[in-house]
Design a protein around this ligand. Structure first.
Ligand SMILES: Nc1ncnc2c1ncn2[C@@H]1O[C@H](COP(=O)(O)OP(=O)(O)OP(=O)(O)O)[C@@H](O)[C@H]1O
Length: 284
């Protein structure tokens, strides 16, 4: 029986799921050059001697190409068109925050506006909410299937949240990063803590919060997906979870009616990370 379970689980994406690798991460794929070739610079100035036979034409009068050629000759080598710094590598963005702050709403919009980004589809044993699509929002699996994935080490991280399992398929992260895509992981606070332990500073951790406790409760109530008992637990937990913000790299306040602003801030964070001199360089 155990052998049969093992052999039927060699694929990360069981047959009944749409394989997320079959849909592209970017709208227009841009594969960065991640071969960090050493910079090709001309020889040091000290080693160069300007050949006296190459006069540099006057800047006002000379043809542009002629002037550039003369400068190259004078400096002893052609000007390279290679990028001066290596292209940034793929980034892992961990998005977390208390229940009801709008993590899903932010990510949904981010996926619409941002290219070269793959949202890692989490496996969960919880029931599907109205409007959610299997394989797109989550992989909805039974508890038994989930535990089989755990047993086969298919999950980068997993947790039991409000009595339901949630976990991140490891292979999906690897494969999209290998394609040069940035990947977004959506986890609860507990999951973010585990991921920080696993990934350290190699991923960027973003904490989403509402502008106030009242706004957060309002959204949860408005969503009408939780029972009274569940609401009590979620709100009590959220109060404690807000204190975990200090373990994150960035905080994004998702104000009521200002989802676009929150999404723009997440985009700005990703852009800033791409411009960092020392890249995080995550390896899964
Ligand atoms: N900026 C916003 N203004 C108004 N409503 C919002 C905003 N952001 C999200 N919402 C709404 O708030 C509700 C909760 O959002 P969402 O489901 O994205 O939260 P979540 O953080 O993913 O919650 P959970 O962790 O419980 O899944 C949803 O009905 C969503 O449409």
């Amino acid at each position: 029986m155990f052998r049969r379970l093992l052999s039927s689980s060699t694929s990360l994406f069981p047959l009944r799921f749409p394989n997320p690798l079959s849909y592209p991460c970017p709208k227009n794929i841009f594969l960065p050059n991640i071969s960090y070739a050493p910079l090709r610079l001309s020889s040091p100035m000290s080693q160069m001697s300007r050949p006296p036979s190459v006069p540099i034409p006057s800047v006002d009068k000379a043809d542009r190409a002629e002037l550039v050629r003369a400068l190259e000759t004078s400096l002893g080598s052609a000007f390279s068109s290679e990028p001066i710094t290596p292209s940034p590598g793929p980034l892992i963005v961990v998005i977390s925050g208390p229940s009801g702050v709008g993590k899903d709403a932010v990510i949904k919009r981010l996926r619409e506006v941002r290219q070269n980004l793959h949202f890692v589809v989490t496996a969960t044993s919880r029931a599907r909410r109205p409007g959610e699509v299997d394989g797109e929002d989550y992989y909805f699996v039974s508890k038994e299937e989930f535990l089989r994935m755990v047993q086969n080490d298919e999950l980068l991280e997993y947790a039991l949240v409000y009595g339901e399992y949630k976990g991140i398929p490891r292979r999906q992260v690897r494969e999209y990063m290998a394609r040069g895509c940035d990947v977004v992981l959506r986890v609860d606070i507990q999951g973010a803590r585990t991921l920080r332990r696993i990934l350290g500073n190699s991923a960027v951790f973003v904490f989403v919060m509402a502008e106030s406790e009242a706004a957060m409760v309002e959204r949860l109530v408005e969503r009408r997906t939780e029972s009274r008992e569940e609401l009590l637990v979620r709100i009590a937990t959220a109060r404690e979870e807000v204190t975990h913000v200090r373990n994150f790299d960035y905080v994004v306040v998702n104000r009521d009616g200002e989802l676009e602003r929150a999404v723009r801030l997440v985009e700005a964070i990703i852009d800033a990370e791409k411009a960092k001199v020392r890249q995080r360089g995550a390896v899964i």
